[in-house]
Design a protein around this ligand. Structure first.
Ligand code: F6R
Length: 616
């Protein structure tokens, strides 16, 4: 199905090494032939691993950028090179300042060119590229809209460098960098699709599950203006590199039976039957032989058929994921239940990479576990300060000042100072306090007492910034002692399969490393690890191991708890019905899961939270 066959790697790191190898080889070849090399660059999280690899090689003396010219794809319009979120600053921070490239060899579009000069400026950017001999290798990420550079849906094949308006989803994705979507520029300068197609070779990269849907469309559908990346299918020298999660929606991965013979174990049958049921819009128990053959599942029919036999197996395995006892049901046969019945009650630890995570994806389950008498603790791993907009903090800051004035205190520490004049450290502290208050009130609604909430404030987050978090042994030490002191029997964590620079992914890696370190200890062997969804991740039906249904009242209560994380919501409410309140979207996936279970022919619930068991 893939018009461009993707290279799939276990992780982004492994893929980045291969891409860096290829670039390094071309740089050295150019040097051996005494010619310069022209590299097209992208910003964002995706190329960071490649940049780190290339920096290492420069440090080891394996390559030099002295003879390389770089051209960046794009720049936000309306902000200058000194702005911390400009792509010029990004490139300096993550790459240029750490390699030996002469500053005059680096080209990034200028976001401050007056509008009237834009046509000639854009032409001159293109001319500069061609005067340097054209781009030898263009590095690309892909946006969730399918954009490459900032060529949003609708961009034409023959577009060149120009001013564009950013898509709403693209601005949402950039909102964490700018602390709020309203602060993300509306416009950008970008090289066009034609400018990208002019490159001699293209490496397009994508990591993490949130990219999977758009990657499969870009590679498998006919080229269409609606998915700009699909227009690159016509390039003869394009290579696509994916990690496993980003490849998960490709047909050969999602429906592996289309790519040849496969082994039909229970897990694969559950996956295939639920896929077929959704695809054919028939409940599982109504599927016929002909449905299996028509949708390419004759292999399954041949090895496990007839249909009604497969239907029962598939139906039961999905049915068995449903449980109102997420910590196990005491004194019952647990053979077909997702969790063990003993010990009961259990010691349960929820790890929340960011303060809102547990509430968003497992709020109703937490409430249930507390009600069922388990000893439950929640460890909030980071303060969450880096995603609080200034507008929100300023509001609380001025509120505190008013309180101060009222109480006529002698030490009016903050009195009179404008929020803007505070230094970043104080602002960070105010933001962290704000997030603590939100977390406490959200978890209170779910029945969790403050003494069972631990705030770890891991240093990697306190000292880092978005897309640039570097965990160290200090982080691991803090987390490790939290886990080992409690010795939980259930550990809930999120962040698997996400783009590697996200806070959730970093926290997941750390937590699973620690669990692996203790896998031979009795408590470690005894602890079941459960993955809960993260903000931009919705589990496929086939992969779910536990589905915790909730009543309308429980769903309403969870929504109330979610709503306490006020600083994480869009600061501008939607104006038209087409605009979405983006952040609480996650809790709508609970409804989606319930609808899916219903359409398979299972019980109809208001909402469902879902979990995947991780076997380390
Ligand atoms: C950045 C650029 C964009 C990004 C894309 C993916 O220069 O041109 O097309 O490559 O938005 O962004 P990340 O890598 O942050 O997911």
């Amino acid at each position: 199905m893939e018009k461009i066959t993707a290279n799939i790697y276990d992780g982004a790191q492994a893929a980045s090494v291969v891409v860096a190898d290829k670039i390094a080889e071309q740089i050295n070849n150019a040097e051996a032939e005494d010619r310069s090399f022209v590299l097209g660059l992208a910003t964002g999280s995706t190329p960071l691993g490649v940049y780190r690899e290339l920096i290492n090689r420069v440090r080891k003396g394996e390559i030099s950028f002295k003879n390389t010219y770089t051209f960046n794809l794009d720049e936000y319009y309306g902000i200058g090179p000194e702005h911390p979120e400009s792509y010029r600053s990004f490139m300096e921070r993550h790459f240029f300042s750490q390699i030996d490239i002469p500053p005059e060899n680096t080209f990034v579009p200028d976001g401050l060119i007056p509008r009237s000069d834009l046509p000639s400026y854009c032409k001159s950017y293109e001319k500069e590229i061609s005067e340097h001999g054209g781009i030898d290798v263009q590095l690309l990420g892909i946006g969730r809209t399918g954009h490459v550079g900032f060529n949003e849906p609708g961009s034409s094949v023959d577009s060149i460098t120009r001013l564009v308006q950013l898509d709403d989803l693209t601005r949402e994705d950039a909102s964490r960098d700018f602390l709020g979507k309203e602060n993300v520029p509306l416009y950008a300068l970008t090289m066009g699709i034609q400018s990208i197609l002019n490159a001699k070779q293209i490496f397009m990269l994508a990591w993490g599950k949130s990219k999977a849907p758009i990657v499969s469309k870009a590679l498998e559908e006919r080229p269409t203006l609606q998915i700009p990346a699909s227009l690159l299918q016509e390039h003869e020298e394009i290579e696509v590199y994916l990690d496993r999660p980003a490849s998960s929606e490709l047909t050969r991965v999602k429906q592996p039976w289309t790519a040849g013979e496969i082994a039909w174990d229970d897990k694969m049958m559950k996956h295939a039957v639920s896929w077929l049921s959704l695809k054919s819009q028939k409940s599982v128990l109504k599927l016929l032989d002909k449905d299996y053959s028509e949708f390419g599942l004759s292999g399954l029919l041949a090895s496990k058929g007839p249909a009604h036999k497969i239907n029962i197996i598939g139906f039961n395995s999905v049915q068995h994921t449903i449980s109102g006892w997420p910590g196990g049901k005491p004194q019952t046969d647990d053979e077909t239940r997702p969790e063990r019945s003993t010990p009961f009650p259990k010691k349960i630890l929820f790890l929340a990479p960011e303060p809102q995570d547990t509430c968003l994806s497992a709020g109703a389950t937490i409430q249930r576990l507390v009600q069922q008498g388990h000893e439950l603790k929640i460890a909030v791993m980071t303060s969450g300060k880096n995603s609080v907009p200034h507008e929100e903090t300023e509001k609380y800051f001025s509120f505190c000042q008013k309180i101060h004035d009222l109480s006529d205190l002698q030490e009016k520490l903050l009195q009179g100072l404008d929020y803007d004049k505070l230094d970043d450290e104080i602002k960070g502290k105010i933001k962290a306090s704000l997030r603590r208050a939100e977390t406490l009130s959200a978890l209170k609604i779910l029945g969790v007492e403050p003494e069972n909430i631990l705030f770890l404030d891991l240093p990697f987050y306190e000292n880092g910034r978005e897309r640039n978090y570097l965990p160290t042994e200090d982080d691991k030490r803090v987390l490790s002692s939290t886990i080992t002191e409690f010795q939980p029997q259930q550990l809930f964590i999120t962040g698997k399969d996400l783009e590697p620079s996200t806070v959730q992914s970093i926290c997941y890696e750390m937590a699973t490393d620690i669990m692996n370190d203790f896998s031979t200890e009795d408590w470690g062997k005894d602890c079941w690890v459960w993955l809960y969804e993260s903000e931009k991740q919705i589990f496929n039906l086939g992969e779910i191991d536990m589905a915790v249904p909730m009543s309308p009242l429980e769903y309403a209560n969870k929504s109330k708890a979610v709503f306490q994380h006020h600083s994480q919501q869009d600061q501008t409410p939607p104006i038209t019905s087409e605009e979405r309140l983006t952040w609480p979207l996650k809790s709508r996936s609970d409804i989606l899961h319930a609808k899916r279970y219903d359409s398979l022919g299972l019980a109809e619930y208001e909402a469902i939270e879902t979990f995947v068991r991780i076997r380390l």
